[in-house]
Design a protein around this ligand. Structure first.
Ligand code: FAD
Ligand code: DHB
Length: 404
């Protein structure tokens, strides 16, 4: 099917798929549709600089890496991505290696920043010359229950835009407009708040370990990660709503060393802190991920706590499935794959939700934890690092389950 002419910013037009949100989910969906000759418009609230500069995820499952390559945006990832074959779990002052590769028949993960993923996808979108509008405001969805949905907005200069389309993809994250456009009685929310947040930093320091270190310490969780041969990424469990300004660099390094340094002499290298931020932790699921011709994908439909490194990977798995269903619709006129989209995506998301909840509860210290809870956590971790069955379970979930 030939793609209709794209609408110009601030004018009326028609497209096949209107994508709200230019994060990883929206941009990847646009790219996959483009490769299939299907036209779309991507409407993004923030500026290009803000979208690319946002420091978030860093762990890509093999399925996400494969999708980047299949989408023709894998060149930088192949050059700069850091393949890892496992992780370390640290507790009681000791580090224990979990070797994913040997536990899962050779599978692993790749470290590559979400901002690099977004950068690569934006470059591809610009090269494809399909519309991508930054700085849009007041996005509204209309008639998504019918066969002729419309999306309206104001562009960065205040001009009103409107596009008619066949489908709307809600890829606008947790705080977007698409999910709230669905009537409350048309969906169900499942939610859990955690009594923790993460303080994350980027430091100009060479990573002092070859793989990530997840640490449970009596003062709380800490995580050692990286972005390149010269940049270390580190996280500390802090109370929810913590003021980032309460954490000067000296305090951060002192707390990181307390929670991460192990008795074999390993410790993270220090360096100038280039970025600092606090992230809330929640589990959230919205069912179903479809309302008429509106399809939700990624954080717009589900949020997992970051401990299992699943959010970005889930968003990518959603849009891979959604793109295939839309392609099938245009090729055959049948909506069977579109009907399957929500139940299948939810099955995967619940599996990731369970794993992320388990990683979070096993590795964080709740303020009201009893001595019993603490001892049970240690027993859990001791079992984990001594049982091949338990390590396999962690490994297969961490590298990414295949649920196709
Ligand atoms: P988003 O990235 O939120 O993108 C949505 C886009 O929509 C944004 O650009 C937003 O500006 C735009 N938007 C919002 N509202 C509107 C509107 N009204 N109109 C137009 N546009 C709008 N995941 C992993 O897999 N691995 C990890 O290691 C990992 N670590 C993380 C660490 C941290 C500190 C955090 C915060 C998250 C982490 N995640 C991780 C989760 C991951 O970052 C998210 O799951 C991912 O960003 C989801 O992508 P998305 O495209 O669905 O949503
Ligand atoms: C990173 C983030 C995570 O949530 C995680 O579990 C591991 C690594 C990171 O940003 O590098």
């Amino acid at each position: 099917m030939t793609a209709p002419a794209p609408p110009a910013a601030g004018r009326s037009g028609r497209t096949q798929v209107a994508i709200v949100g230019g994060g990883p989910a929206g941009l990847m969906l646009g790219q996959l549709l483009h490769l299939a000759g299907i036209d779309s418009i991507v409407l993004e609230r923030s500026t290009r600089e803000h979208v690319i500069g946002r420091v978030r995820a860093g762990v890509l499952e093999q399925g996400t890496v494969d999708l980047m390559h299949a989408a023709g945006v894998g060149a930088h990832l192949a050059r700069d991505g850091m393949p890892h074959r496992g992780i370390y779990l640290a507790f009681g002052g000791m580090r224990h290696h979990i070797d994913f590769a040997s536990l899962t028949g050779g599978r692993g993960i790749t470290i590559y920043g979400q901002n690099a993923v977004v950068h690569d996808l934006i470059e591809a979108r610009l090269a494809a010359a399909r519309p991508l509008l930054f700085g849009v405001r007041d996005v509204e969805l209309h008639d998504v229950r019918g066969l002729a949905p419309r999306v309206t907005w104001h562009d960065a200069d205040g001009a009103r835009g409107e596009v008619r389309c066949d489908f709307v993809a809600g890829c606008d994250g947790f705080h977007g407009v698409c999910r709230p456009s669905i009537p409350v009685d048309a969906g169900t929310v499942y939610e859990r708040a955690y009594p923790f947040a993460w303080l994350g930093i980027l430091a100009d320091a060479a990573p002092s370990a070859d793989e990530l270190v997840y640490s449970l310490h009596e003062r709380g969780f800490a995580l050692f990660s990286m972005r390149s041969a010269s940049v270390t990424r580190l996280y500390l469990q802090v109370p929810p709503g913590e003021d980032v300004n309460a954490w000067g660099d000296e305090r951060i390094w002192q707390e990181l060393h307390r929670r991460l340094d192990t008795s074999d002499g390993w410790r993270p290298n220090e360096g100038p802190v280039s970025q600092k931020g606090v992230t809330a932790m929640r589990s959230f699921m919205f069912e179903p991920m479809r309302y008429g011709r509106l399809f939700l994908a990624g954080d717009a439909a589900h949020i997992v706590p970051p401990t299992g490194a699943k959010g970005l990977n889930l968003a990518m798995a959603d849009v891979k499935r959604l793109a295939a269903a839309i392609v099938e619709f245009y090729a055959t006129g049948r909506g069977a794959a579109l009907d399957e989209y929500s139940p299948r995506a939810l099955r995967r998301a619940w599996r990731a939700q369970r794993f992320s909840w388990w990683m979070t509860s096993t590795l964080h210290v709740a303020e009201d934890a009893t001595p019993f809870d603490r001892r049970r956590q240690i027993a859990d971790l001791e079992y984990l690092v001594s049982s091949e069955a338990a390590m396999k379970s962690l490994a297969e979930n961490y590298v990414g389950i295949s649920l196709d």
